[in-house]
Design a protein around this ligand. Structure first.
Ligand SMILES: [Zn+2]
Length: 421
């Protein structure tokens, strides 16, 4: 074992209108504070009795660097058992060079909280709205959604100022959704991006759970919206949510249960399901290229509009999308989706058949003859570990995206200096 992460006893720091659950994290000779920040009114729910939020928040950092985890404060015994017995050996089997087996030197405590809140995070996308619409009026009271969570789990981290800015903008969006759905909003900010590792952005399942572990006196159930179908569960993709059904069963305990929500439904079914909701019609936001609106041109915007068109609900979302742009680019997108290698495209092709949506023959022809072979090659490369390793070792991503973008995809932030090593 080359090093240990020492997680200090959790404590609460009060700021002007905020409260932070903090722990001093020591790696080698360097100590940094990791924190979870909430509005002051939620401070009574912050969990200082165990280090669960910090273990889940730092798990990938520890595993990717090969650091053991040490603390004199306890963690949930069931969580530790599941990590040691199942999670870490399986991760190690997936990719031994990426996920090292690590040791824990941590006492355990099994505390059962009387936590009744049911939460989910809000991004404004299809998967997130699906969870909200499905569970806000759940007929089983124990499972009915009570809180919407805003968390700073982003695809890129440049600096603290930008991350805070993005977080505030997300909060402004979610406040409106919370108002329209009648659910209470909780915002949680953590500085997890100060603890980086390879694929920081892609490995997030346990980091997502860490926010909720910080508030485990409040939450008993938490839905994590998944874009990946459970039937397509696999361990090949860099993104950890492709096997969330496994991750979340490992993260769940008798006191806090995580569910992978939406993995049971196809994307077009989700789109049809949320189309009855007024908040979704006003606030659906799927675009990766613009924070403020849907660009109505990118792959994700086009895919969503196409799904809405297939189920006959597109006109109802005119406040969210530019329908003129959609009509102009529809055939181009149809060619793309007709190459059925990628499961998200396949879903749309299947839905088009189911809803008897007419696709021009020339679009099918172009998709099958030209685009399908290209995607097949791309998929083969993606699933091959040796090629994947070669790809990162020889910095092919730097050649594809440029240094700055490639480093953002790899590490999330380009000025990171891993002082803990
Ligand atoms: Zn877009």
């Amino acid at each position: 074992m080359k090093n240990m992460i020492e997680i200090g006893g959790p404590y609460i720091e009060k700021l002007e209108s905020k409260a932070r659950l903090c722990s001093d994290i020591k790696v080698g000779n360097v100590t940094r504070v990791m924190y979870f920040e909430v509005d002051e009114k939620w401070s009574e729910y912050l969990c200082t009795e165990t280090i669960d939020a910090f273990v889940t928040g730092l798990l990938y950092y520890a595993v990717c660097n090969g650091y053991g985890i040490k603390s004199s404060s306890p963690m949930n015994g069931q969580l530790l058992f599941q990590m040691e017995t199942y999670l870490l050996p399986v991760l190690n089997q997936i990719d031994p060079s990426e996920y090292k087996l690590i040791e824990f030197d941590v006492p355990t405590a099994d505390i059962l909280y009387d936590a009744k809140a049911v939460g989910t995070a809000v991004s404004g996308g299809v998967d997130s709205f699906y969870t909200i619409v499905k569970h806000k009026d759940d007929k089983r009271d124990n499972f009915k959604l009570t809180h919407l969570v805003v968390a700073n789990l982003f695809n890129r981290y440049v600096d603290e100022g930008e991350t805070r800015g993005q977080f505030e903008r997300l909060k402004e969006k979610v406040v409106k959704i919370a108002d329209e759905t009648g659910l209470e909003m909780i915002s949680i900010y953590t500085n997890h991006h100060e603890f980086m590792y390879n694929h920081f952005v892609s490995l997030y399942s346990f980091r997502l759970c860490s926010y909720i572990y910080a508030l485990q006196k409040l939450f008993g159930i938490y839905y994590i919206s998944s874009g990946a179908a459970i039937k397509d569960t696999n361990f090949y993709n860099v993104d950890s949510d492709d096997y969330d059904i496994f991750n979340l069963s490992m993260a769940s305990t008798d006191t806090l249960k995580f569910y992978s929500s939406g993995g049971e439904a196809l994307r077009t079914d989700k789109v049809r399901f949320i189309s009855k909701d007024e908040a979704a019609k006003n606030h659906l936001h799927v675009c990766n290229f613009s924070e403020s609106h849907n660009c109505s041109k990118c792959d994700k915007c086009m895919r969503t509009m196409l799904s809405l068109d297939i189920v006959g609900k597109l006109e109802q979302f005119e406040r969210c999308f530019d329908l003129g742009l959609y009509r102009k680019n529809r055939n181009k997108m149809l060619s793309k989706i007709y190459s059925d290698c990628w499961h998200l495209y396949k879903d749309i092709v299947d839905s088009a058949k189911e809803y008897r949506y007419k696709i021009p023959l020339r679009c099918k022809f172009k998709g099958i003859i030209f685009i399908k072979p290209l995607l097949k090659i791309k998929n083969m490369i993606k699933k091959n570990r040796l090629i994947k390793r070669f790809y990162f070792k020889f910095k092919i991503d730097y050649l594809r995206f440029g240094k700055q973008k490639a480093e953002l995809y790899r590490f999330g932030r380009n000025d990171f200096d891993n002082k803990g090593n």
